[in-house]
Design a protein. Structure first.
Length: 260
């Protein structure tokens, strides 16, 4: 594929998310349109029938596409993940680190992958970097239980190396399903890998952070520095706090006064 090409899977995923977004804002009908492919007659007729019985249904000429993501729950996604061996990270993990927090959260934090402590405990962001994230959440006037926390890859990369492209590609659909199930207003992407994966871009975190980007379904992403980077670069905490203030404002929440 060229840089500008899009896979059918991504296209269908985007179409699916867009239709769910339309449904969310109350649009229950779309006009049917026949498309002519030169020399081959009408190629596609698309009829959106709206929702019924918990399903959204699109009829395509010669078949239909069921948009089952609507029925997703975090439990069903975890069940589908099972004792996952879909990528090589399963060989060295102790526990799958699925995610933790409020299944109806307005705010989701996504990191890149579990570290050693997370691998042992099976919970994301519980080591030193995790404790810093917890302090950031508290400084925002929230509790860990108010938000949802997960990672792009659910198994620890050995030696805390960066997750590789094939591992991210294999695990990413489960993060996307988690987001589809939770339907947050805002996602905070912690670090380069989370931001690049969510936004499908090679742009570095330094250029991405400090402003909102669109994800899907009207969900916005605020990229910011990963807490483990902050442990090594104390001076960057101020920038993260500026990002979190923008998140609070966008959520309509009060910005707690900074401690002098
Ligand atoms: S990282 Fe994700 S895809 Fe790979 S084995 Fe773990 S759960 Fe499965």
């Amino acid at each position: 594929m060229t840089d500008k090409s899009v896979s059918y899977k991504d296209m269908i995923n985007d179409m699916q998310n867009y239709l769910l977004y339309l449904k969310g804002i109350g649009i229950e009908e779309l006009p049917a349109k026949k498309t002519e492919v030169r020399g081959q007659g009408p190629a596609l007729e698309c009829i959106y029938r709206g929702s019924g019985g918990g399903k959204t249904d699109i009829e395509l000429k010669g078949g239909s596409l069921n948009l089952a993501d609507e029925a997703l729950t975090l439990e069903s996604i975890r069940e589908e993940l099972g004792d996952c061996k879909r990528c090589k990270l399963h060989q060295t993990r102790t526990n799958i680190v699925f995610g933790v927090g409020n299944p109806n959260a307005s705010l989701v934090f996504v990191g890149e992958g579990p570290g050693e402590d997370e691998d042992i405990q099976g919970e994301p962001f519980v080591g030193r970097a995790g404790q810093l994230l917890t302090r950031i959440i508290k400084a925002m006037g929230l509790k860990r239980e108010d938000v949802y926390i997960c990672n792009v890859v659910k198994c620890r990369p050995p030696g805390n190396r960066n997750p590789e492209t094939d591992e991210i590609a294999t695990c990413k659909p489960f993060m996307e399903k988690q987001i589809n199930a939770i339907k947050p207003q805002i996602i905070v992407a912690l670090g380069t890998h989370a931001a690049q994966t969510l936004l499908n871009t090679p742009v570095k975190i330094t250029a991405l952070r400090g402003k909102f980007h669109w994800y899907r379904n009207g969900i916005r992403v605020m990229p910011t520095f990963h807490p483990s980077y902050l442990l090594r670069n104390e001076g960057k905490k101020k920038e993260v706090w500026e990002d979190m203030k923008m998140v609070l404002k966008a959520l309509g929440l009060k910005i707690p006064e900074e401690k002098k």
